[in-house]
Design a protein around this ligand. Structure first.
Ligand code: ADP
Length: 273
């Protein structure tokens, strides 16, 4: 009888433990759901009125509604600029939240690396011209295709290109090239900008982190771009890395499994599924 009592007690004990673990698990899940819901609501409720504010300021700023008195120009310009910064931050937050919650569906199709690069370079051409930075591209000669979600990859390329431009001096060159490494395709974005100090990888790819906090004042940014980029790249079973030297420049590289004629192992499969 003694043995059965002991057995019963230990059984009861384990049952209680299991209940506790389950309750903890459910509490964590509920907290995560609340966080996700909160982020999403706040972001949307902020984003919509902000679009109206920045839109109105842009209208005034562009002189469409009539000549703006000189005295008002810097004030309105500043308000518009900061409105757009806030909008960027909210967009990044929304993106991050959706990616982390697995709410973004990735649509994988064969992507031609040269086309992708051309489209992204074109999209940032205006910004490059404004900063007085020359952008050159070196395409891949052979068949440089891989499986990817094109619109998400344009976002990745935009992030890498705008960083390269943002951290460069007027008159410098940003070089983008595509290489066929055999089983891999590599896209590199090289700048001759400020460079990144050693040991800053965690900050570069982290959330809300900027290597030099004075960057916040000099060049706008949320410190979220490369974190989002890294998550998108990981969903592609691809890799992202960089090499950099202070005062010389940085090269960011992304690498994908090359799509061969016979088809790679992952064709048609969603690596994130
Ligand atoms: P953001 O550009 O919005 O600050 P990112 O996540 O894109 O955020 O980049 C994080 C940080 O990494 C930047 O603030 C900067 O300190 C550093 N960084 C990224 N790209 C470059 C680059 N090409 N040259 C120098 N520093 C860079």
């Amino acid at each position: 009888a003694d043995i059965s009592v002991k057995f019963y007690l230990s059984y009861q004990y384990r049952l209680e433990q299991m209940k506790l673990i389950k309750a903890e698990h459910e509490a964590t899940k509920a907290a995560l759901e609340v966080k996700t819901q909160f982020l999403s609501t706040v972001s949307h409720e902020l984003r919509t009125p902000l679009t109206s504010i920045t839109g109105s300021l842009d209208l005034v700023n562009n002189g469409i509604l009539g000549e703006v008195p000189d005295k008002l120009k810097p004030v309105i310009g500043m308000a518009a600029k900061n409105g757009h910064r806030l909008a960027n931050l909210i967009d990044d937050l929304l993106d991050l939240q959706k990616i982390e919650a697995g709410e973004i569906a990735f649509h994988f199709k064969p992507v031609e690396a040269n086309d992708l690069v051309d489209e992204a370079v074109e999209a940032t051409a205006g910004y490059a011209t404004k900063l007085g930075i020359h952008v050159t591209t070196i395409p891949c000669e052979d068949d440089c295709r891989f499986m990817g979600d094109r619109s998400r990859l344009i976002q990745v390329m935009n992030n890498l290109l705008s960083n390269a431009l943002k951290f460069s001096e007027e008159g410098s060159t940003v070089k983008v090239w595509v290489e066929n490494l055999g089983s891999r395709i590599r896209i590199s974005v090289q700048d001759e900008g400020v460079g990144i100090p050693e040991g800053a990888k965690d900050r570069v790819f982290g959330k809300f982190s900027q290597v030099d906090s004075s960057d916040v004042r000099k060049v706008g940014g949320t410190g979220l771009g490369l974190n989002i980029t890294k998550q998108i790249i990981e969903r592609h079973n691809a890799t992202i890395d960089y090499a950099s030297e202070l005062g010389v420049g940085s090269t960011f590289r992304i690498e994908f499994d090359r799509l061969t004629e016979r088809g790679g192992a992952r064709i048609g499969q969603d690596p994130g599924a």
